[in-house]
Design a protein around this ligand. Sequence first.
Ligand code: DQA
Length: 150
Amino acid sequence: MQVLVIHGPNLNMLGNREPEIYGASTLEDINFWLNEQAAKHGIELIIKQSNHEGKIVDYLQEYGVEVSGVIINPAAYTHYSIAIRDALSVLTVPIVEVHLSNIYAREEFRHNSVTAPVCKGQISGFGSLSYLLALEALIAILCKRKSVNE
Ligand code: DQA
């Protein structure tokens, strides 16, 4: 079973980027923890990061049809990218939106997510743990689906 993980713009800077908001963990740390947790469940992760909207759309089109689920932190695109929302809408697999920070406790322009309505759910505000919680949620959803189909 494969899960696609997409990190949006500026998340490659984690560790150095406003650590008081996003924490001290780097993207490599987060990817390592995700891979570790996924491996325990026999899941393979396809992990991509891009600073470009079109590239994220390309990843969703290329891998979104092959995988069993998607975890995405669209970063700033969360708040305005209809292109990413439309690319997510096409997918039939469960999608979990992730944010390190609590976007509802920050500036007003971050309160709205245009992508969350086309996701199964959103996890926001738990720092790097948000990603691990998203993976847990996805695994629970996928296991339930599997047992229903068995
Ligand atoms: C973010 C929140 C966004 O508002 C911001 O633009 C980001 C990161 C988060 O993970 O908390 O780049 O998605």
